[in-house]
Ligand binder design. Structure first.
Ligand code: WT7
Length: 649
């Protein structure tokens, strides 16, 4: 390893931080040698109504799979995020909110947030929501999104948050899967100066004849824009709150009672409802938030993720609030109205910890460092990266321009399924290598296996698996436990399969190489290629479609679609545009194909299986190294596709 690519922990940083390298090694060792003892101790960071005596009962055997943590303890997530702080930090800001338009600012102290959550929890009860019911949220980035989540948790309801960029069809399928009786939304959202028709999208979703479970839609007035109203179904958030009591004791939940579901894409089928439970999740989210960001009492913490993603759950709501942090929440995007916005917000709010995504860094980088000429940045101490591999150039830019060479970057690897961060540096403990997520967090046992499932020892590359459970692990796919077992535990027996590939270097550092399944990562958003294909083939003019990812400078991966049209349909630019629009309205803007190549034929084996490996290479413009095409039914198809390929960068 060359010294140039190593950013060692300075002795000063090691001395000030919660965990130095020696402590990391000792604690890590203890966490895997004696997990019972380790987690018995660290579970205490959460306030339990009834203490646990049982620590873990886990089996990764695919014929007899179970995952339980702290399972005779009882607690409430909302109580841990609010009530337990009231005495010591009732007047401390819990959420500092900045609108899309920076002139809109709002602060909620822990007491104020507590009061709102209690009132809204009572309101939900008043609408008939009971323990165990699924409540769907389709919300903009406003404090009420956190209020609604915590209110659900308070009464033992299971929230299911849908990202505001998803289409009515995507909303409908998630509502049906969760059998939600109540949906919470806003009239409109605001992002980058534009309004987003949240209520209209919910209306359209509920107009779907297959959705017949929803009895009530609670609507927050954000913009006051025009919306349709159904008197027997819709009710204003403010009308409910006006008559709701602000006293609401928190339900006593078992550690293994569900806290939320969150849908995520896989390589096959429709998105899965990832189910997280209460006790282990809270212990893990709060502990990782504290140690990974070396969070210190009184600090201002800014996570740029949307509540619609797992990062917005674990590291905007549950982890930081459980730790009594002050969090900055931004309604819009950090590069609007100009790329200077992010620096301005850091300075305005004296942000100490910033957690963002490589795609944003690359977008800012493309705009040029000049936008940061007036940026002071002296408050910043730790910076995080999440969602996709960060390329060393973006890492360097983040480190130099935003961090002014003063703040370590924690490149955190995890997944919706893992609930919290699994592989990451700790600021005061881990020497950094740009592009590497480095070492496992406490209790996490990553391993690499070859395609046969054989363990790879030492330095090497393979499929990334986890050999044992950690408290934040998902427990099931909502309503389909078999699918949980099949997706994660059958590929490699006795191990949790992440779907990612990774390399481990001679220092034991992990370098994530990306997905090894048919999942792509577009601007940190996860999409199944199969989902986009089924949207395309649902179009009346399309006979067949194959979708792959290709390297994209800003987004990490772009969406490349090969489309075979029905006989007699002309390959026009207008049709290409309308297919893009079609996918957008079927799934959401984030799934819009970047490139659509007309494919008179697709490369298939004689048994009819599409050979995606060729399609990936052609999309990546790597046509010099295609490999053996002799097993194809019609090898000439490949030459055609190469001739007309679209990404010649
Ligand atoms: C997939 C999970 C983790 C919350 C946001 C995304 C990729 C995530 C990193 C990283 C390289 C990363 C993986 C993973 N990924 N973080 N630091 N380095 N790749 O959650 O939507 O469930 O996606 O994102 O491929 O499997 P998600």
């Amino acid at each position: 390893m060359s010294n140039q690519s190593l950013f060692p922990v300075t002795p000063e940083l090691a001395a000030q931080s919660k965990i130095n390298d020696e402590q990391y090694r000792r604690m890590y060792q203890e966490s895997v040698v004696n997990p019972e003892g380790f987690w018995r101790e660290h579970g205490k960071r959460i306030t339990w109504f009834k203490d646990y005596s049982k620590i873990r009962k886990v089996s990764f055997d695919d014929h007899n799979l179970y995952i339980n943590w702290f399972y005779d303890g009882t607690l409430n997530a909302s109580y841990n995020c609010l009530d337990r702080h009231l005495e010591t930090r009732g007047d401390q800001p819990a959420i500092i909110w900045e609108g899309d338009d920076a002139s809109e600012q709002l602060t909620l102290t822990y007491s104020q947030l507590h009061e709102k959550v209690c009132a809204f929890a009572n309101a939900l009860r008043g609408q008939g929501v009971q323990r165990g019911d699924v409540v769907t949220l389709y919300m903009p980035m406003v404090p009420e999104a956190a209020v609604a989540m915590l209110a659900c948790a308070r009464i033992g309801a299971i929230h299911s948050v849908i990202f505001g960029g998803f289409s009515p069809d995507s909303i409908a399928s998630r509502i049906i899967d969760g059998k939600s009786k109540v949906v919470i939304t806003a009239d409109q959202g605001v992002r980058a100066g534009r309004t987003i028709p949240l209520k209209a999208n919910v209306d359209a979703a509920l107009a779907n004849p297959d959705v017949n479970c929803v009895e009530r839609v609670i609507v927050l007035k954000r913009t006051g824009g025009d919306i349709d109203w159904q008197d027997d179904r819709d009710i204003w958030w403010s009308d409910l709150m006006a008559v709701s009591s602000p006293h609401c004791p928190a339900e006593e939940m078992n550690a293994e009672d569900p806290l939320f579901i969150l849908y995520t894409s896989g390589s096959t089928g429709t998105p899965k409802g990832v189910l997280h439970t209460t006790g282990g999740y809270m212990v893990y989210a709060s502990m990782t938030h504290e140690y990974v960001f070396d969070y210190r009492d009184g600090e201002i913490y800014w996570c740029t993720a949307d509540v619609g993603w797992i990062t917005g759950h674990s590291y905007m709501v549950y982890g930081p609030l459980a730790n009594g942090a002050t969090l900055l929440m931004h309604e819009g995007v950090p590069n609007y109205p100009s790329p200077a916005r992010m620096g301005e917000m850091i300075d305005r709010h004296k942000v100490n910890i910033l957690y963002t995504a490589p795609t944003l860094i690359r977008a800012l980088m493309a705009e040029g460092a000049d936008h940061f000429n007036d940026f002071d940045g002296s408050s910043l101490r730790v910076m995080g990266s999440v969602g996709e591999p960060i390329n060393p150039e973006a890492w360097r830019w983040y480190y130099d321009v935003i961090g002014k060479e003063q703040s370590p970057i924690v490149d955190t690897w995890w997944q919706t399924e893992t609930g919290g961060i699994l592989i990451t540096p700790l600021p005061g403990a881990t020497d950094l290598k740009p592009g590497s997520a480095t070492r496992p967090f406490f209790g996490v046992q990553p391993a690499l296996v070859d395609n046969m499932g054989n363990l790879i020892e030492g330095a090497g590359e393979g499929n990334l698996v986890m050999l044992d459970s950690w408290p934040g692990q998902m427990r099931s796919v909502y309503g389909d436990h078999e699918r949980f077992v099949l997706t994660y535990f059958k590929t490699f027996r006795g191990m949790y399969f992440t779907g990612d590939g990774a390399r481990r270097d001679e220092d034991g550092y992990y370098w994530i190489t990306g997905r090894v399944d048919d999942v792509i990562n577009v601007s940190g958003h996860r999409l199944g290629t199969a989902e986009i294909e089924s949207a395309l083939v649902a179009h009346p003019d399309v006979a067949e479609a194959a979708v792959v990812g290709y390297p994209h400078d800003i987004k990490g991966q772009g969406i490349y679609a090969y489309v075979t049209l029905n006989k007699g349909i002309e390959e026009t630019e207008a049709l290409r545009q309308s297919l893009r629009q079609w996918v957008r309205s079927e799934i959401g803007a984030l799934a819009t194909p970047d490139l659509i190549q007309w494919a008179p034929g697709l490369p298939k084996t004689r048994s009819g299986k599409i050979m995606r490996r060729f399609l990936r290479k052609i999309a990546a413009n790597e046509v010099g190294s295609l490999g053996d095409s002799s097993t194809l039914a019609d090898p000439a198809v490949i030459d055609d596709l190469i001739q007309t390929r679209l990404n010649r960068s």
